[in-house]
Design a protein around this ligand. Structure first.
Ligand code: NAP
Length: 433
């Protein structure tokens, strides 16, 4: 009998799992359930709009989606349109591929002031994610503080300082493009609570900061060590040496004609957001690194800024009836097995680290476990889900519908932009009428 698998979430980890399941010679049918009408998770809503090459991986996911054994159920929210218990009744296996859609909390005094955003929200806003279309950050500010020195912090900084020409061939949401272009911002401060060696960004992303048309990368030479010391893997050692070399090269970038600055502030731990209701600045404690950890020195300084973006990592949302490890922001599992026919892949399994390809082995593991655990399918699967959603009047967006939405986005693009994104669910559904 056909093994019926529901994958909840249509980002990379969901698609790699579908792909791994299809590679076996077992009789399997896969339904990918997605809360939004649009598929691909962070490829659409997280990867920076100027990193179009990275987004091309969606073409491979499309091939998977178009396989006979696969169906896409977009615009279906688990927990609202259908419950986990109902899915357990109709699927032989359920794969949680829901990622980590919210922010780790900054948790310092003043972090609730107007003008403080988490990067999940801020990135979602400039990427046209419907949940964040109304975020409306006030970019009428001269300086922005970005907390964290990972790739997301770099993405946020770059999008804020690139010129309209540099952003022309991107799919940044219209509302964000307008706000960024109108913004008088000249200075972005990136705060790393540890040093340049401990920074999490990767080298390609760091190097981009030295090649911007109108922006100077500024590092403090006295914060750059002579060499990379510490107990790193060979791979990490090489990455850190490259990063250090890149930061040294930043010291030679010609500032002529560059109207904006991105300041790399290491050994600097934000401890309080300053201001009345709105952000007016950030109080920062100077740190030193001791045994790999940031330790406060008791020396403080303030910077003025009108916006704070905390790019300190993402966090998953607990799923009804599924045990959640709130310390680590993941579901409770044994190498991906959650129990009761449920499996986890991607960030809800591992936490919010790694690049897109890091999700592939998770898919392989989940597929193997499902085939080990389920010898023959016993559940009704797709038809039962379709019937249930039909009775409830849920407007399911299938893959052909998504292709229509996407075609409308392509048709609406102007200039070199690859698409003009719909940024609300009603707009997306209206494109299907
Ligand atoms: P990340 O790489 O984990 O970086 C988080 C940063 O926030 C670190 O510098 C961390 O410092 C800092 N931080 C954490 N808690 C803090 C606190 N309470 N106060 C001050 N600083 C704090 O996370 P991310 O940038 O969100 O990226 C998530 C994943 O997506 C990463 O694997 C990343 O490489 C990937 N990604 C890749 C790309 C790309 O390839 N272009 C683009 C975007 C994202 P500590 O190290 O001291 O904890």
């Amino acid at each position: 009998m056909t093994i019926n698998v529901a994958i909840i979430g249509s980002g990379p980890s969901g698609f790699y799992t579908a792909d791994s399941l299809l590679k076996s010679d077992r009789d399997v049918q896969i339904d990918i359930i997605e809360r939004l009408p649009t598929p691909f998770g962070l490829i659409r809503g997280g990867v920076a709009p100027d990193h179009q090459t990275t987004k091309k991986v969606a073409k491979a996911y499309e091939k998977t989606a178009l396989k006979d054994a696969v169906a896409y159920f977009g615009n279906v929210e688990v927990g609202k349109d259908v419950t986990m218990d109902e899915l357990r009744d109709i699927y032989d296996a359920i794969v949680l591929a829901v990622g980590a859609p919210t922010d780790r909390k900054l948790g310092i005094p003043g972090a609730d002031k107007v003008g403080v955003f988490g990067s999940a929200d801020f990135v979602g806003w400039y990427n046209g994610h419907p949940d964040f279309t109304d975020l409306n950050p006030d970019l009428n500010v001269g300086a922005v503080a970005v907390v964290g020195v990972g790739n997301v912090a770099i993405d946020v900084s770059r999008v804020l300082v690139k010129t309209p020409a540099e952003m022309a061939a991107t799919d940044i949401a219209d509302h964000a493009a307008q706000a960024v272009q109108a913004s008088p911002v000249t200075d972005i401060y990136l705060f790393g609570r540890r040093g340049p060696i401990e920074a999490k960004f990767t080298n390609v992303e760091l190097r981009e900061m030295g090649k911007l048309e109108n922006c100077m990368p500024i590092v403090h030479p006295d914060q750059l060590p002579d060499e990379v010391t510490g107990d790193w893997s060979d791979r990490d050692q090489r990455l850190k040496e490259r990063n250090l070399a890149t930061m040294r090269e930043f010291l030679d970038v010609d500032p002529t004609g560059k109207g904006k600055n991105v300041h790399f502030e290491f050994f600097a731990n934000p401890v309080e957001v300053l201001g009345s209701d709105r952000v007016e600045g950030l109080r920062v404690e100077r740190t030193k690194v001791d045994g790999g950890r940031a330790v406060g020195t008791g020396e403080f300084f303030n910077i003025e800024c009108g916006l704070v973006v905390a790019a300190i990592g993402y966090y998953s949302i607990p799923i009804e009836d599924v045990p959640f490890d709130s310390d680590n922001g993941i579901v409770v599992h044994q190498d991906g097995r959650v129990g009761d026919g449920v499996y986890a892949v991607g960030w809800i399994k591992r936490g919010p680290t790694g690049v897109i390809g890091t999700n592939k082995p998770d898919g392989d593991t989940a597929a193997k476990q499902i085939f080990d655990d389920v010898s023959s399918g016993e559940k009704a699967g797709r038809d039962a889900l379709a019937a249930m959603l039909g009775e409830r009047g849920v407007r399911v967006v299938n893959y052909a519908d998504w292709q229509k939405i996407e075609a409308a986005e392509f048709a609406a693009a102007s200039g070199d932009a690859p698409r003009r994104k719909f940024v609300t669910v009603p707009e997306m559904l209206a494109a299907l009428e």
